[in-house]
Design a protein around this ligand. Sequence first.
Ligand code: GUN
Length: 298
Amino acid sequence: MTLGKEIDGKAFAATLRGRIAETVPGFVEQTGRKPGLAVVLVGEDPASSVYVRSKGKATVEVGMNSLEFKRPATISQEELIELVEELNADDSVDGILVQLPLPDHLDDKAVIATIDPAKDVDGFHVVNAGKLAVGDPTALVPCTPLGCLMLLKDELGDLSGKEAVVIGRSNIVGKPMMQLLLAESCTVTVAHSRTHDLAGVVHRADIVVAAVGRPEMVKGSWIKPGAVVIDVGINRVPAEEEGKSKIVGDVATAEAINHVAAITPVPGGVGPMTIAVLLRNTLVAAHVRAGLPAPKGL
Ligand code: GUN
């Protein structure tokens, strides 16, 4: 059996970050300030803390300002909304990201609804979700699905007419991924936990995007020979070695590699793209807010 190729998301993301770093000085020259990204972290969830630290580091590395707002898990809804309103009013802030999930007593929909859509670099506000749905090019698009689309276009070129199956219907990945693929003229099916004969549905696909959060749920035999598979899953599972853990995706990669044309590895596939696209969205938001044309080639 032939082995498929691994898509190097890490390298693609590094190239994108390089293009962003090259574009920032022009913005600084024209506006007299750096683009700024504000990240809000509520509580001390270890995984969220790691993500927020990586985002801050990557932001500074491309020459933008990183502002971190850490608040205790006991923060009230009113206090959190007040913080977002302050960031909305702060002209040095171009992007606002409230790290999810929030503690249970907080209403994430209300918090997201408070973010100025022009600063919503996560693309989670209903204004941006609506713009994406109606094909308005000024939408800020959620980072992970936009990163997946960039990898797919790099691999396949024109996606028009292809059968795409998205597994998962979250607002963060599944639904925006569906919109992006539809806008590329794919025939899109969104599968989820209630889908009958998931194996059969997946087997139709030229493009599979797996975003369910269940370790290695998608089996190699489900994949149509020659399909391109994007694995969004990041699942921590026990490793072979006693007491150790490892990260696996939503796809059983060791099997799938024998069926696919190409697949993103976990880690090193989609993960690095998310942060690179966040920086891209921040730079785009900064240009639009400053009345400058959106940077090209990003
Ligand atoms: N938690 C997991 N992924 C994301 C993301 O893309 N944005 C935010 N704000 N929180 C997340």
